[in-house]
Design a binder for this molecule. Structure first.
Ligand code: ATP
Ligand code: MG
Length: 424
């Protein structure tokens, strides 16, 4: 019996990797243009980190975390998202002393024990971006403009919805209004919503049940309860988005599935993936750093789901994984094979992508291999040619063959071959 991967865990095979690399490289390039630096944080953290930040009565913490006791009996969790670990690291390593505003991103796997389906996995990957240290609405706009630019440059259509979730000053009045609304229809809500209406009423708006969502169509909107400061901030976010021509729609019903969000929140949505239409989401988390024991530093960030981007892009185009060899070394005879093996190493050190056969196959078969791996050139090296310091260089696209004289010192061969290839 062969061993299979775990349910919801997926291999990313060589044929798909080209798309992954293209998306990742495009995003990295954009992040760098916007002044972001990469940070790499652990996959495993203390469970408490996520419970305290994401919130006890969220789907992630209630149902989805990979939490277990390690060998010492400490409760650890495979990270379900990237923000909490990055903030933990920011505080632990005192990154705030590097400058008042830090722009950080991280790319890697996240883990959530969800029901696997198309576009929903138990191990998935996110590109996660955080800015720490600015209250300015322009930062919100920069972050959203950057997310938007990533989609533009990888060539995907999406729409952006934004909302404001207010702050600890204005949320209580909204909570009260919402609670009043919920109390009138408690009977008709799902079990989760009934429970959450007392523990964390805002959470109910995030319910996945269609029936509950229909009930909430007439629910009060947080946007009507914002304090002056939050309302002004949100107005400025919209103005600056307009200024940069970043398209968006206000969705007053949007709350996010994590408790730490404040003020601006946003989602990037596509209609091409059915129910798994959210390709990225984010928002402000002004109290989070302090809540984790750090200084009073506001923040805003977002995460994009790689699998969904790959799926969308894969429907449109194929991106070649890796690159074909520049050269395939074809050898004839034992002496040539040994010399060729050394030459292979020297050519690679000179920066060329080179392959050769190690199975002692025929000339015809080696040429076939050169063709199959899409090598740009084949270099044919036989015992006779070796003695005369000559090789045949075949351009695999045009089929043209040339006899190439090599320098007297073997040590200079690789450079000479590279030069010849460059000239073609
Ligand atoms: P959803 O509503 O689809 O469950 P979410 O609100 O849980 O999304 P976030 O926690 O905001 O998602 O994560 C940001 C992005 O990460 C999502 O927009 C999505 O692209 C991706 N994502 C989240 N969960 C998964 C998953 N289980 N499998 C694949 N991608 C995911
Ligand atoms: Mg989810």
């Amino acid at each position: 019996m062969s061993i299979k991967a775990l349910k919801g865990f997926k291999d990313i095979l060589p044929d798909e990797v080209g798309l992954w690399q293209f998306i990742e490289q495009t995003a990295r390039d954009i992040f760098h243009r916007y002044g972001f630096e990469e940070i790499k944080v652990p996959i495993l953290e203390k469970t408490e980190l996520f419970v305290r930040t994401i919130g006890e009565s969220t789907d992630i913490v209630e149902k989805e975390m990979y939490t277990f006791a390690d060998r010492n009996g400490s409760s650890v969790t495979m990270r379900p998202e990237g923000t909490a670990p990055v903030i933990r690291s920011y505080i632990e390593n005192g990154l705030y002393v590097r400058g008042s505003v830090q722009r950080l991103y991280t790319i890697g796997p996240m883990f959530r024990h969800e029901r696997p389906q198309k576009g929903r996995l138990r191990q998935f990957h996110q590109m996660s971006v955080e800015t720490l240290g600015s209250n300015s609405a322009r930062i919100d706009t920069e972050v959203m403009a950057m997310a938007w630019q990533v989609l533009q440059e990888i060539g995907l259509q999406a729409s952006m919805e934004i909302n404001s979730l207010g702050c600890p000053a204005c949320r209580p009045s909204f909570k009260e209004a919402l609670l009043e609304f919920l109390q009138l229809r408690l009977e008709s809500l799902c079990e989760d919503c009934r429970r959450r209406s007392s523990s964390n009423p805002l959470r109910v708006l995030d319910c996945k049940s269609e029936h509950c969502q229909a009930e909430y169509a007439t629910a009060p909107a947080i946007i009507d309860h914002l304090c002056t400061a939050c309302s002004d901030h949100f107005a400025e976010v919209r103005q600056t988005l307009d200024l940069l021509d970043v398209p968006y729609a206000v969705n007053a019903k949007m709350v996010r599935g994590l408790d730490y969000y404040t003020r601006t929140t946003f989602e990037l949505i596509t209609t091409e993936l059915g129910a798994q239409g959210a390709i990225g989401a984010g928002g402000r988390y002004d109290g989070l750093v302090q809540q984790l024991g750090g200084p009073e530093v506001p923040g805003i960030g977002f995460a994009m789901g790689m699998e969904r981007l790959v799926m969308l892009l894969g429907q449109k185009q194929k991106v070649a994984a890796g690159a074909a060899p520049d050269l395939f070394l074809v050898t004839l005879g034992e002496a040539a094979s040994e010399k060729g093996f050394v030459l292979l190493q020297m050519l690679r050190s000179k920066g060329l992508r080179v392959m050769m056969d190690h199975e002692g196959r025929s000339l015809k078969n080696q040429m076939k291999q050169a063709d199959k791996c899409n090598a740009g050139f084949a270099l044919i090296l036989g015992d006779n040619e070796l003695a005369k310091r000559e090789v045949v260089l075949k351009d695999m696209y045009s089929g043209e063959q040339k006899l190439v004289d090599l320098p007297s010192a073997f040590a200079d061969w690789a450079a000479a071959i590279r030069e010849k290839i460059r000239q073609q």
